[in-house]
Design a protein around this ligand. Structure first.
Ligand code: NAD
Length: 264
């Protein structure tokens, strides 16, 4: 893998700490020779992200709250000033009020529906457009989704609806930017113990169910997601765009546990 991303520069959005999926991706990209910039949401996260950014030799560390358009603009202005262009972008950002990540989807409020959509869906479209404007030589964009987009997962609720819209955005953006040599893909990761992941009520039970019922009989690590991201962000996947790629120990192929296990 070494050298696969040599000479490539990219922005990683969504590292909160060393458990973040974005951090698994950043490590794989850095090991493959990429130069990275990071964003962080507010100073409390900044204090955690700074040492991680230093660990992979990143010099650009920028505040960004995707609810604040000016802060998004400032990130891309800084990238333009420092690098002049961009080769790839990782969007690993999602949020919903955890009081609504339990109970019935039907009870989602208007306010949280809108906020979830802006942070978890629209932000990808917005950063994709701004990143694409810096990709005169072509490039790659990647976001993170979850299987609750197409099948009902208990308590995932409005996040599932948001992920469905995010996956659709991936396809529309891939069509918009394809002629410019810019590819757009998503990884649908199995459950990972992260800050965002633990916001879903009874996440531990979903985690254990996945371990029991996925073909590989385990969950995935952020390093495994990182290596698949490396494929999608590098020239190894030069013919792939608009794709949602599962990295979930095979969970998504199952409709029910194996019959012999039901008899146990
Ligand atoms: P995480 O908590 O480590 O990362 C979520 C990130 O979103 C944080 O860095 C947070 O700062 C950022 N964020 C939230 N609101 C923001 C805002 N307004 N502006 C800027 N940044 C904001 O959790 P994670 O699990 O690594 O999540 C990364 C992505 O992966 C999310 O899109 C999540 O839905 C997705 N995902 C997670 C899992 C899982 O089980 N953990 C599975 C599949 C997909």
């Amino acid at each position: 893998m070494n050298g696969l991303m040599a000479g490539k520069r990219g922005l990683v959005m969504g590292v909160a700490n060393d458990h973040s999926i974005a951090w698994g991706i950043a490590k794989a990209l850095s090991a493959a020779g990429a130069e990275l910039a990071f964003t962080y949401q507010g100073e409390a996260f900044g204090r955690r992200v700074r040492p991680l950014a230093e660990e992979v030799g990143a010099k650009l560390l920028l505040p960004c709250d995707v609810e604040d358009e000016a802060s998004v603009d400032a990130v891309f202005d800084a990238l333009k000033a420092e690098w002049g262009g961009l080769d790839f972008l990782v969007h690993a950002i999602g949020f919903s009020d955890k009081n609504e990540l339990k109970g019935r989807y039907a009870d989602t409020t208007r306010a949280n529906f809108s906020r979830t959509m802006v942070i978890s869906v629209f932000s990808f479209t917005e950063v994709a457009r701004k990143a694409a404007a810096l990709m005169s030589e072509g490039g790659t964009l990647l976001t993170l989704t979850y299987g609750g987009s197409t099948r009902v997962m208990p308590n995932y609720n409005v996040m599932g609806v948001a992920k469905a819209a995010l996956e659709s955005s991936v396809r529309y953006l891939a069509a918009d930017f394809g002629a410019d040599g810019i590819r757009v893909n998503a990884i649908s990761a199995g459950p990972v113990r992260t800050l965002a992941g633990s916001g879903v009520t009874d996440a531990r039970l979903m985690f254990n169910f996945q371990k029991k019922n996925a073909p590989l009989k385990r969950t995935v690590t952020i390093d495994e997601v990182g290596r698949s991201a490396l494929y999608l962000l590098s020239d190894m996947s030069s013919g792939v765009t608009g794709e949602v790629h599962f990295v979930d120990s095979g969970y998504s192929i199952m409709s029910m546990p194996r019959i012999d296990e039901l008899k146990e």
